[in-house]
Structure formats: C-alpha cells, structure tokens
Design a protein around this ligand. Structure first.
Ligand SMILES: CC(C)(COP(=O)(O)OP(=O)(O)OC[C@H]1O[C@@H](n2cnc3c(N)ncnc32)[C@H](O)[C@@H]1OP(=O)(O)O)[C@@H](O)C(=O)NCCC(=O)NCCS
Length: 153
C-alpha cells in the first residue's frame, strides 16, 4: 500500500489563479487533457473544484458535481512526480467525503479500461462497474470505451 509522504497534503477550493498550474499538470499527465476553458467553465458553473497542495506546491486536483443525491467525479489528477505516494487515494477520499457532505447517496465516474492505476485505485476504494459507454473517449487510434463505476455511500 502507498504511504503518504512526510509533508501533509492539504485540500482547498480551486481558484481562477490556480488554473495555469492546474493546466500545466493536466497537459503533462493526459494524452487528451481538459482545456483551460473546461476548468474555467467548471468554476463558473459552481462545480466543486479542489486543489491539493504539499508544502505550498500544487500537486493534484479534482472536479466533482453533486445534485439530487448523485455526485459525479469528473476529474481526479495527481502530478506525475507526486504519483505513487498515496496522494491519489487521499484526494479520492477527500472527494468522497465532499460528496457525502452534499448529501450524495452515490458517486459516479468514468474511467478508461486502459487506465490500470486509476481502475485499481477506484476498485480498492469500493467502486463497482455498472455500465460501459462505447467510444466515449478520444484515443490515439479512434475512440476508447469508458467504464462507468459507482460507489454507494
Ligand atoms: C490515478 C491517479 C490519480 C492515482 O494517484 P496516485 O497518487 O498515483 O495513487 P496512490 O499512490 O494514492 O495509489 C493508490 C492506489 O492506486 C493504485 N495505483 C496507483 N498507481 C498504480 C499503478 N502504477 N499501477 C497499478 N495501480 C496503481 C493502487 O491500487 C494504489 O493502492 P496501493 O498502493 O495500496 O496498491 C494518478 O496516477 C493520476 O493522476 N494519473 C493520471 C490521471 C488519471 O488517470 N486520473 C484518473 C482519471 S479517471
């Protein structure tokens, strides 16, 4: 099991001035990154956008929506040099608690079947597969399906 590093991670709401750093990470870790506009729109729409910092360095972020008892985790990311130290699990747990505090009864998310690290993270946190969305994601050659996972709170 990954152990948290010595420096305690702290989560806080994302602000517009974080977007340059968030997008630099996003471009580093995804072949098909969200645009700065996607994050700006999420802030404007009032989505629950969070950043995680370790000793003043922005190391990760997430975007969650919650309405009518259903939360949807739209983005969960840890910067490449900070992966594999337990931060992704801590950030996921933060979002699950956030969903609970907004009276969600379930948390939904989509994940690429090829994303072994994320699938293992979600499965170990108790998420179960409930559906497959065919051709949901862009991919190097055509499209890739999405697994739809649910966590019942
Ligand atoms: C997925 C991601 C958030 C995980 O964050 P992380 O900080 O690296 O993960 P942690 O160190 O907290 O590990 C938590 C669990 O994830 C799984 N995991 C993490 N890295 C893994 C890897 N390389 N291979 C397999 N499983 C892995 C394991 O189950 C691990 O638990 P364990 O150490 O007890 O076995 C991170 O790798 C990431 O940001 N990836 C790029 C963006 C992305 O794919 N986001 C998810 C989109 S749905």
């Amino acid at each position: 099991m990954s152990a948290l590093p010595n420096y305690a991670p702290a989560c806080r709401p994302m602000r517009p001035e974080d977007l340059d750093r968030v997008c630099a990470i996003e471009r580093r870790i995804y072949a098909f990154p969200w645009s700065q506009g996607n994050f700006a729109d999420s802030l404007t729409a009032g989505y629950l956008c969070t950043v995680m910092e370790c000793a003043g360095t922005l190391v990760g972020y997430g975007v969650l929506t919650s309405a009518a008892g259903e939360a949807h985790l739209l983005n969960l990311s840890i910067d490449a040099p900070w992966q594999g130290q337990g931060l992704g699990r801590a950030l996921l747990m933060y979002h699950i608690d956030l969903a609970r505090s907004h009276d969600a009864r379930i948390v939904l998310l989509e994940v690429r079947p090829s994303n072994a690290a994320a699938r293992a993270l979600y499965e170990r946190a108790g998420f179960e597969r409930i559906a497959l969305r065919r051709g949901y994601y862009p991919a190097e050659h055509g499209r890739e399906d999405a697994l739809v996972l649910v966590l019942r709170l």
